[in-house]
Design a protein around this ligand. Structure first.
Ligand SMILES: *Cc1c(COP(=O)(O)O)cnc(C)c1O
Ligand SMILES: [Zn+2]
Length: 411
């Protein structure tokens, strides 16, 4: 039976008994006080059992709750594909794609949701809620549908239609907020306190990071060791906080001897975490950030990152860093990933590939480095975003002569 040791405030260091506080340190508040979950790492030394069904629940020794509280949807256990063509082209020791689009609701959010929903069940909470740019919402809606639990979702009015479609199909109570994601986030927090809902919002709920970190356990197991670098897209910072925490915990538990450098990628027009990281590197404190957020990558269009403290601190602990890329680089990364690796990602999902091109160009990564790109969301979530500017397929007469003519035009 897993049992966390304590909850700790990442800003003031105050500790709380497990389950005594839901979200943040009362002294530091949100977002500076968003809690981290600590375990008795020495007891995990034997590693994880082999499991029949490959899901994130096999890492129960480092999770706050066990599978007995889970709903029957499989999160985790996603493929890790080698991409040797990219490694050769870029002169790297190796490139792998961790395909987190292959989860029940088609994004990385299912890892954090699996944990948040299981914890809600353990604690006897009757309903869940979240604010989301789309993916966390559809993820929560799916897992709540599987568990027969009501959920209340706050999305910004600009969320893409396919994500709203998923929400409606799952039967969630959906509120489209006439405002930005950041406004939807604050509203969901206030409403959850008012109505007693357990809030799964990214960054706010420490259990989400506990699910997110399992992607690192899978990368470590899949490669048989830790790579030199891991790259992932960043909005609120809960995913990258989980990625770093997973590797840091493997080292704390004595299962790995080192941690990879973890690199976060943000859109140039929505780069609050990257900017906070820059200030931290110059010796300034990590303060709650608020900036305009403008990018076509809706999943990382975040101006007030909710998990900025962990996203900055943990990345620094891995000796990693942050990269910002333009919307054009995001789009072209999504197309390259689809056409050269067969992995169809939404623009935010493909961002790590755009970042990799930069990291190689700037000489930050090179021949000695084996790099894992975490692809966080499916292209089916935002097909219009990815296909903007691509040519329409030709319409042909239903005869062979027309095919012959069309084939001549294929490059
Ligand atoms: C949520 C999400 C991210 C970033 O996660 P944060 O916790 O907000 O930093 C990246 N890519 C996709 C596809 C996402 O849905
Ligand atoms: Zn505190």
């Amino acid at each position: 039976m897993p049992e966390p040791k304590s909850l700790r405030c990442p800003t003031c260091g105050r500790e709380f008994p497990p389950w005594s506080v839901d979200y943040f340190c009362p002294d530091c508040g949100f977002p500076a006080g968003n809690l981290e979950v600590l375990y008795p790492y020495v007891q995990v030394g034997l590693g994880f059992p082999r499991a029949e069904a490959f899901s994130l629940w096999r890492y129960e020794a480092l999770l706050p709750v066990g599978e007995e509280h889970a709903v029957p949807l499989r999160a985790g256990g996603t493929p890790l594909y080698p991409w040797p063509k990219a490694a050769r082209k870029l002169g790297l020791g190796g490139v792998w794609i961790k395909d987190d689009t292959l989860q029940p609701t088609a994004s990385c959010k299912d890892r954090g949701t699996a944990l948040a929903v299981a914890v809600a069940r353990k604690l006897g909470r009757k309903a869940l809620s979240c604010a989301s740019t789309g993916n966390a919402a559809s993820s929560l809606a799916g897992f709540c549908a599987a568990g027969g639990i009501p959920c209340y979702i706050f999305v910004p009015k600009a969320a893409p239609a396919p994500k709203i479609a998923q929400l409606m199909a799952f039967g969630a109570h959906v509120f489209r907020v006439d405002g930005t994601y950041d406004q939807a986030f604050s509203l969901a927090l206030a409403a959850s306190q008012e109505f007693g809902w357990y809030n799964r919002s990214d960054g706010l709920n420490p259990m989400v990071v506990e699910g997110n970190k399992t992607v690192s356990f899978e990368i470590w197991e899949g490669l048989g060791e830790v790579p030199e670098a891991v790259v992932v897209a960043v909005g609120d910072g809960a995913v990258i906080a989980g990625v770093c925490k997973g590797f840091l915990e493997l080292r704390a538990a004595g299962l790995a001897s080192r941690v990879p450098r973890v690199f976060g990628v943000q859109a140039a027009g929505a780069a609050a975490v990257a900017h906070a990281f820059g200030r931290y590197q110059r010796g300034e404190p990590i303060l709650p950030a608020e900036e305009p957020a403008d990018t076509l990558a809706d999943s990382i269009r975040v101006g007030k990152p909710a998990d900025v403290v962990k996203a900055v601190k943990y990345v620094a602990e891995t000796a990693g860093g942050y990269v910002t890329v333009s919307d054009e680089e995001l789009l072209s990364a999504a197309r390259d990933l689809a056409s050269q690796a067969g992995v169809f990602a939404e623009p935010a999902g493909a961002a790590p590939y755009a970042a990799l091109l930069r990291l190689v160009k700037e000489g930050i990564l090179g021949r000695e480095d084996r790099v894992v790109l975490i692809i966080t969301g499916s292209g089916l979530k935002d097909p219009q975003g990815v296909t903007q500017g691509l040519p329409e397929p030709p319409l042909i007469r239903p005869d062979l002569e027309a095919v012959r003519k069309a084939v001549e035009k294929c490059a």
